[in-house]
Design a protein around this ligand. Structure first.
Ligand code: CO
Length: 460
């Protein structure tokens, strides 16, 4: 059996390279071609796509999903789901998580990849139970990072728990692209020896080593890898699908993808890529590798966030100092993996520590919540002095954070019955509140917007 391929060209590729700005129309320009290429699955939804649709593209993310489903009758469709954070940045109540899973599956998703930034598996339980209840394929992803606590044994023991929880497959999610080839060989070998469910590897080319890592993982027996069709591959994205397919052709690992389909879709998406390169959405810097991340362990997306935060403060000269501050903050906070939302939180704290010239003089609310246990359990103990300094004698919760959240769906449905026309609309509001309300208002009452504008013009 060859290696199975999941193509990320409609989700993680554009999310990594063009801030998730690929439109539904651009996706549909070649979705039906890729549907015939012989993939294991297409990753098409979740992550930042939902937020980008309503906040920047003025598109209904649910309509996008249904359109892709219609264009791809032969392929499994996959989404990325942030555990109790769903597709947002905070914890939602269990009934919202369950309803979101149910509606994602109903609208066309087959495989739900669930992860938690801290690998606190209590934060996965609602999403996992719901996926099984509504007969989806439940993949649990473990956030990969390196630290004194994130050893091979740590991942093996978590993987065993994940299998026990009822996951249909396991993914090692290396969002920063820091998994080294020889480490991948050891990690995948040991995982294969200890669990029976299929194992998938998700990594990024950010550090310039991903193809080597994939090859060693394949030799160690990994079942599935994530790649991106060439126009949206490499740099901060995944290795190119075509290159991997050629490399493995006629071996026992041959993914057996249809090269004609790949080429046809790639020639369409090359024009899309060129458009974004020309209008500046695709920064050529994102297309080159940056081996420095192997030293600092900072994901590519976080690097560009740090740069833009520093630019706004007129403090680009502090860039190297901030890069050195990130691992220090991360250690003090108990080595959280740098993935959404922790990557943004640790990054912001590092910037504040450097810019104010006094460490932890300013602390964002999210970091305070984290220190109170409201994101779950930190992988390693948090520095006692820092904890004391920031939250004093406040109580730290040790139970599952969502246990404190009461059911919200019916309350929101009643509250927004004048605006939301279906459960999907209610879910959009549950996740993105004002952004979704604004979006739905403009979608259903386009004239209202003009009236408001005219009114503002009048009083202005
Ligand atoms: Co990724």
């Amino acid at each position: 059996m060859g290696v199975k391929i999941v193509d990320t060209v409609f989700r993680d590729g554009p999310q990594s390279l063009i801030a998730t700005r690929m439109t539904t129309q651009e996706i549909l320009s070649c979705a039906s071609i890729l549907d015939k290429a012989g993939y294991y699955a297409l990753e098409v939804w979740g992550g930042a796509t939902f937020d980008a649709c309503i906040s920047f593209l003025n598109e209904d993310p649910w309509e996008r999903l249904r359109a892709i489903r219609k264009a791809c009758p032969n392929s499994k469709l996959q989404m990325l789901f942030r555990g109790q954070n769903i597709l947002g940045y905070k914890h939602y109540s269990d009934d919202i998580v369950e309803k979101f899973v149910q509606k994602s599956l109903e609208n066309g998703i087959d495989i739900i990849r669930v992860f938690d930034a801290l690998n606190d598996i209590r934060n996965l339980k609602s999403a996992v139970d719901a996926t099984k209840k509504y007969h989806g394929h439940c993949q649990i992803a473990l956030s990969y990072t390196t630290s004194p606590v994130h050893t091979v044994d740590y991942y093996v023991s978590l993987a065993k728990e994940v299998e026990k929880m009822g996951a249909d497959s396991l993914c090692i999610k290396d969002m920063a692209g820091v998994l080294l080839p020889l480490d991948a060989y050891e990690l995948i070998s040991k995982l294969k020896a200890n669990i029976k469910i299929p194992i998938e590897l998700h990594s990024h080319c950010t550090g310039g080593i991903c193809e080597m890592t994939y090859l060693k993982a394949i030799e160690a027996g990994v079942d599935i890898i994530d790649t991106a069709l060439s126009p949206f591959a490499n740099g901060t994205s995944q290795p190119s699908t075509e290159a991997i397919n050629y490399s493995l052709a006629n071996s026992k690992y041959d993914p057996k993808l249809d090269v004609n389909c790949l080429n046809e879709a790639a020639s369409i998406l090359s024009k899309v890529r060129d458009k974004y390169l020309k209008n500046g959405t695709l920064n050529p810097k994102a297309l080159t590798s940056n081996p420095n991340i192997l030293k600092y362990q900072v994901p590519g997306g976080m690097l560009s966030n740090l740069m833009s935060q520093l630019e706004k403060q007129g403090a680009m000269d502090k860039y190297d100092e901030v890069l050195k501050e990130v691992p220090r903050v991360r250690k003090e906070l108990g080595y959280p993996p740098l993935v959404t939302p922790l990557s943004q939180m640790v990054g912001t704290q590092a910037v504040m520590n450097v810019i104010t010239n006094k460490r932890y003089k300013m602390v964002p609310k999210e970091i305070k919540d984290y220190l109170h246990g409201m994101y779950g359990k930190a992988p390693a103990p948090i520095d006692e002095n820092i904890l004391k300094e920031i939250i004093g004698d406040d109580k730290v919760i040790t139970h599952r954070p969502a246990d404190d959240l009461s059911p919200q769906f019916e309350i929101l449905k009643e509250k927004y019955k004048g605006l939301a026309r279906c459960d999907e609309d209610v879910l959009s509001i549950a996740l993105f509140e004002q952004k979704a309300i604004k979006f739905l208002n403009e979608k259903y009452h386009p004239t209202n917007k003009d009236e408001v504008d005219e009114f503002n013009l009048y009083i202005g």
